[in-house]
Design a protein around this ligand. Sequence first.
Ligand SMILES: Cc1cc2nc3c(=O)[nH]c(=O)nc-3n(C[C@H](O)[C@H](O)[C@H](O)COP(=O)(O)OP(=O)(O)OC[C@H]3O[C@@H](n4cnc5c(N)ncnc54)[C@H](O)[C@@H]3O)c2cc1C
Length: 534
Amino acid sequence: MFGPEGDILRHLPSAFPPHGADIPGRPARESNFMNAPLTPSAQDSLPASTRQAQVVQALQAHLPAHALIWHAEDTVPYECDGLTAYRQRPLVVALPETEAQVQAVLKACHAIGVPVVARGAGTGLSGGAMPHALGVTLSLAKFNRILKIDPVSRTAIVQCGVRNLAISEAAAPFNLYYAPDPSSQIACTIGGNVAENSGGVHCLKYGLTLHNVLRVRGFTAEGDPIEFGGEALDAPGLDLLALVIGSEGMLAVTTEVTVKLVPKPQLARCIMASFDDVRKAGDAVAAVIAAGIIPAGLEMMDKPMTAAVEDFVHAGYDLDAAAILLCESDGTLEEVEEEIGRMTEVLRGCGATAITCSSSEDERLKFWSGRKNAFPASGRISPDYMCLDSTIPRKRLADILLAIQQMEIKYQLRCCNVFHAGDGNLHPLVLFDANDPDQLHRCELFGADILETSVAMGGTISGEHGVGIEKLNSMCVQFTAAENEQMFGVKRAFDPAGSLNPGKLIPTLQRCAEYGKQVFRAGQPQPFADLPRF
Ligand SMILES: Cc1cc2nc3c(=O)[nH]c(=O)nc-3n(C[C@H](O)[C@H](O)[C@H](O)COP(=O)(O)OP(=O)(O)OC[C@H]3O[C@@H](n4cnc5c(N)ncnc54)[C@H](O)[C@@H]3O)c2cc1C
């Protein structure tokens, strides 16, 4: 049987122990079956090579030869996503080119009980697209056509494999763009954005993927066509569009998306403000929002991050500052002037030691170039980094940063911080060397500590990168067993066999029992949270 978690974790290379499995006093996890397993079949006990031959034979009937790969040297590029510490080669990779082929692959996999993991560009940071050892990776890379740009309704209909930035490029002649802008937008696909409910620098003002998508079309695990939402702002019945957005490829495979387009602002200007103390910078973020201002972007970087970035892109950052804020305003000339004036006043009142406002579009882009390159810049100063993604109430920003500084000492690893401060969405980058199992282990503990400290401070374990495999343990701290079981119930309603991306997003009861940490609610530990309530 295909257990939801155990199979993936058991097949990880030994250099990369299962997440949390080797924590002292905690036994390695075994597979368990909270998630409805696939129909048990004799095939599950077959050697992988025999199983592979069966799957290849089943899919060859539906795909041209070039759209099916299974030799080890060809499937290696699919072995991980942006969470590179964990790797697993898939049994087979299918690269369909038409919806009919997607449907046929799903039907064939369902018929022979094979797990399917949808994959966009593989830029995900939580292991969502990590393959299943006994499964098919369904690459949607060839679904890269923009089907329609409608400047009148300000919408675009695009295939799921279209890159985020390509939508804005196609809409540019109409003076429109697609607002959610993950820093990976040059590469990540809209299908992946929908699955992760991705955000970006400008989502504080313009909303996440959820707020910018009208309709999602695709197929269920059984290969039946399915559609969520519609062309109008609301659709009759339950709002299943909101359910599928952020469902990490566990409910359906997306093939086509209708997105909203927004007019390009006439003008945008960006303030760069320096602070000599992270607490003052954190308080300034809360003060800007409390003043009733919703900046187009409000980002923060700490000193280690600005040092790493400045060396890389020379954005002109203040290297003496304990933290810098980037605050953007967009709109008409009058709106921008007024908002920049108000933000400057608030930042000065909060103790900014220096404030520079971009005076040209080039300068504005230069300010942002550092922020947008923060992750690659970290890759230059460390062999590996793990990017965390928790949220925190804005008023606790400084508290979490100071707590992270203590964790650097505790786990003996460095951490740079860059984040969507306006949303309270942290991106601590823990630096480590994956070739050293002890460093990876300490990095995992460090990461879990950040996520769970965020929950204890009233935040959440995930802001925009999803749970994938990375945050499964910490889900046990965020949700009770009953809540996790309800999520499995939703999964079963769409995918009774549990074959779409099994083992991701929702932790099993067994995992949570072994992890054994307390559930927090509204920042408070919940006594006996796992006991059933009557
Ligand atoms: C340098 C860098 C910067 C980043 N910056 C940001 C950021 O600012 N904001 C942010 O939110 N994220 C960011 N990310 C994370 C990542 O880019 C997003 O999560 C993105 O949405 C993933 O898209 P993808 O096409 O690469 O999806 P993949 O990584 O291929 O897959 C992600 C998940 O989506 C599922 N999936 C993919 N396509 C489909 C489909 N067609 N149907 C059903 N399920 C599907 C997969 O199964 C998986 O669970 C960053 C990543 C990197 C490497």
